[in-house]
Ligand binder design. Structure first.
Ligand code: ATP
Ligand code: RIB
Length: 302
């Protein structure tokens, strides 16, 4: 279905350390965990694997170090058919995310950027050429790299999807004219000062985001409430699909990848967000980041 789409992702690559406990500790509290494990992650790599699992020819542009984690992460990307010729291995240390999961699958994440913060903007932008249909970026790399790559893509009429994670005060005015801008709830609050708690605040925040980025569409990811779409005239709330939550990590990455592919495929933003909601509901029902990304066949069973 999406096999004719050539997608590129500029973004982060992390080793995730996932530690589970029944609850999240308070400041100063020491708790016993139930289990832990290492898992391949990073918002850029997660989205690249999300795209590739759904069938798109996918290239990742990023940076790791030539260390054990970097080698493992690259190996897994290759095993998932992601073209890693744009990933440099000259970083100081591969990125690491420490993820604490509570008994309900909710997470708290601290990221050490390492090599992700060392991507050179000009070198990354050289990979944004007219043989790409679709560019995905996130904010887990420097603002300069995002800005340079997005603007290079816009100049070439490449569809650009900006996932605003993690929450940071990014200058959206520098990437005006993107196709879709898509923050989650906390990122929306960081970028607009408005938490999208109800229809009125979803609309208020969406208008601010559109004004700042001049995006064609603003898509808010609203967790278990699904998502919203604002096209400048009409606001539509699209409820989530029911799911048994195991781990919400990378649900946003999964949503963004599926939404982006369906948007390129059909040009229909509502069909795209429906696909994102379906994919996201599968992702939260599975453990891990990249391991939780569905195939088209998985999605067709919903
Ligand atoms: P993360 O940062 O953990 O990767 P996120 O906060 O960026 O995720 P969310 O808004 O939590 O993203 O989730 C993305 C999408 O996944 C939602 O828009 C929705 O479609 C789906 N989703 C999230 N939580 C649930 C849930 N509890 N049940 C069903 N679908 C969900
Ligand atoms: O979006 C989820 C990702 O955020 C995790 O895989 C972790 O690496 C953090 O970057």
């Amino acid at each position: 279905m999406y096999s004719n789409i050539r997608a590129a992702v500029v973004g982060s690559i992390n080793m995730d350390l996932i530690l589970r406990a029944d609850k999240i500790p308070q400041a100063g509290e020491n708790l016993l965990g139930t289990d832990y494990g290492y898992s391949n992650g990073g918002k850029g790599a997660n989205q690249a694997i999300g795209l590739s699992r759904l069938g798109a020819a996918t290239k990742l542009i990023g940076k790791v170090a030539d260390d054990a984690n970097g080698q493992k992460l690259l190996e897994n990307l290759k095993n998932n058919n992601v073209d890693v010729s744009g990933v440099s291995t000259s970083g100081s240390q591969t990125g690491l995310a420490a993820i604490i999961l509570d008994g309900e699958g909710n997470n708290r994440i601290i990221v050490y950027e390492g090599a992700n913060a060392e991507i050179d903007a000009a070198s990354a932008a050289e990979h944004i050429t007219d043989d790409i249909d679709l560019l995905l970026v996130q904010f887990e790399i420097s603002e300069e790299v995002v800005t340079e790559c997005v603007n290079r893509a816009i100049e070439q009429n490449i569809i650009t999807v900006v996932d605003c994670g993690p929450a940071k005060p990014f200058e959206l005015e520098k990437i005006q004219g993107v196709t879709i801008i898509s923050p989650n709830e906390s990122e929306t609050e960081m970028l607009t000062g408005v938490f999208p708690k109800d229809e009125e605040s979803v609309l208020e925040a969406s208008k601010i985001l559109m004004e700042r980025s001049k995006a064609k569409y603003v898509v808010l990811k609203l967790g278990s409430r699904g998502c919203s779409v604002w096209d400048g005239e009409c606001l539509r709330l699209m409820p989530a699909y029911k799911s048994k939550v195991v781990d919400t990590t990378a649900a946003g990455d999964c949503f963004t990848a599926a939404m982006a592919l369906e948007y390129f495929h059909s040009g229909d933003i509502y069909a795209a967000c429906d696909m994102g909601n379906k994919a996201g509901s599968i992702s939260v029902s599975r453990m891990g980041a990249q391991a939780s990304m569905p195939t088209v066949e998985d999605i067709s069973k919903i």
